[in-house]
Design a protein around this ligand. Structure first.
Ligand SMILES: [Zn+2]
Length: 481
């Protein structure tokens, strides 16, 4: 069935000028057409029995939603294990991995059966459902989940939660074979088998794409990375994702120990090209920038996480002037506080203003729509005929949103909107949010998930009191030999 939505404004993000006032979008699972809703058009749609009108119709008139329609956001980098644990924000990244992130995953793994009984549910699936709620709330339909550390063992649970939520996942399957907690070190064969297994199981699922996601620059040997890059060359969509040059102390130590920067290391084993995209890259040398430019390796920048965890700020000026592809993302909820990707975009915008003058609003908003869609090779990111019908409705009735015009809409969206005005979110033409509430496509009870998450959190806090401290997952490797 075709559906029609009428809104006050529509920004397609195809180009800067494509903003329509008094607009409509006609869609099924894809965008069929859009434009200005003239009286003639409105009549035509009302007479067409194959079209279901989403808005109220009173006395034969379609009541326009006081909303801005905008492409759904695309998250280029995030983690689903960190959603519960906004703890110890005073830590720098590697301490925080040691103190919070990895103990949490270990806690769920070790107490899996007990938690399962208590929750009447799989605890990993509960966590992954919660992550989908976070994304949906902030208008994200398509995301990369980097399943790092203990999470690499739980790919099927994430795919199931993703299917239930009606979202679209690119899942980077983690690995590590050095400089890490020994309990989860892989051999190359184990890591490749994990990829083969996940790929084999889910390759027909149009909403879940499996790619290699070796965790960290320092935790994967050349043999491991070469094998994973080769695997990515042999499997659609040929992508590979890895953390790179995030924290200064770890990046400096890497460079000392191996005699090259992480980017020089990746390049030396032939890993960098448009299909390998790196997260963070806030510590770049001039030579790193040169390599990234020559290889056109995309960067996923996470300004909220990088500043909260004190890792640093991307050198936007150099990245932009060297025409290195980049997208803006949030990272996991533990490291970025929530999944407000518009807030991440606003922060990047303000950093760029400091470094090289005011960026264009359209180009900035592309960093959370069309840029990550292109990097992840997904048919989303614009409202455009033939694209998947993934879009947001922002309520625009707040006082700070007054004075919207076709000319200032993108600037207002970038600088004045908060990110929580989203009332409706569609993925493949199905409602993940409707009138400010989850569903009907979301197939689990959001309130129940929140309660279950509270139980896991309380038990985790108890467990932490006597847990053995793991000193090899984050900063720990820097202390070994
Ligand atoms: Zn990350």
């Amino acid at each position: 069935m075709k559906q029609l939505i009428s809104v006050k404004f529509l920004a397609t993000m195809q180009n800067e000028q494509d903003v329509v006032k008094d607009a409509y979008v006609l869609f099924d699972d894809k965008i069929i057409e859009y434009g200005k809703l003239t009286e003639e058009k409105a009549q035509q749609f009302q007479n067409d029995k194959s079209v279901s009108i989403v808005n109220k119709v009173i006395d034969g008139k379609i009541i326009q939603a006081n909303s801005v329609a905008f492409p759904a956001f695309v998250k280029g980098h995030g983690h689903d294990e960190t959603c519960l644990i906004g703890l110890r924000k005073e830590d720098i990244l590697t301490e925080w991995l040691d103190n919070v992130v990895n103990p949490f995953s270990k806690f769920i793994k070790e107490n899996h059966e007990q938690l399962k009984k208590k929750l009447h549910d799989d605890p990993f699936k509960v966590v992954f459902r919660k992550c989908r709620l976070d994304d949906i709330q902030f208008g994200i339909t398509t995301y990369l989940a980097h399943q790092c550390n203990y999470n690499k063992y739980y790919i099927d649970e994430l795919v199931e939660a993703n299917d239930e939520a009606g979202t679209r996942a690119v899942i980077a399957v983690g690995s590590q074979d050095r400089n890490f907690h020994k309990e989860i070190l892989d051999t190359v064969d184990q890591a490749i088998l994990r990829l083969d297994t996940a790929y084999g199981k889910h390759k027909d699922n149009k909403m879940a794409t499996i790619i290699p996601g070796p965790d960290q620059d320092f935790s994967n040997s050349p043999e491991m990375l070469k094998a994973q890059k080769q695997w990515s060359r042999e499997h659609e969509p040929h992508l590979l994702h890895i953390h790179s040059s995030e924290e200064k102390i770890a990046t400096d130590l890497f460079t000392q120990r191996y005699g090259m920067t992480p980017i020089e290391y990746f390049h030396s084993i032939g890993m960098l090209d448009g299909n390998t995209f790196v997260a963070h890259q806030v510590q770049s040398t001039a030579n790193d920038i040169k390599i990234l430019r020559e290889t056109q390796t995309p960067i996923i920048n996470n300004p909220l996480a990088n500043t909260i965890l004190q890792s640093g700020v991307l050198n936007y000026k150099e990245v932009i002037e060297n025409k290195i592809p980049y997208a803006v993302s949030t990272d996991g909820s533990g490291s970025a506080d929530n999944q407000n990707i518009l807030a991440a975009c606003q922060l990047a915008f303000n950093f760029i203003r400091q470094q090289k003058g005011c960026p264009n609003a359209f180009k900035m908003l592309q960093r959370v729509t069309t840029s990550p869609a292109a990097i992840l090779k997904q048919n989303v990111g614009t409202i455009q005929v033939g694209r998947q019908a993934d879009f947001i409705l922002f309520d625009c009735s707040k006082p700070y949103q007054a004075c919207l015009t076709e000319e200032n809409l993108l600037q207002m969206l970038l600088q004045k909107f908060v990110g929580n005005e989203i009332t409706d979110l569609l993925c493949n033409g199905q409602f993940l949010l409707k009138d400010g509430k989850y569903g009907p496509r979301v197939q689990f009870d959001a309130d129940k998930v929140i309660n279950q998450v509270q139980i896991i959190t309380d038990d985790f806090m108890e467990w932490m009191k006597q847990a053995e401290i793991i000193r090899e997952t984050g900063v720990g490797w820097t202390m070994n030999k």
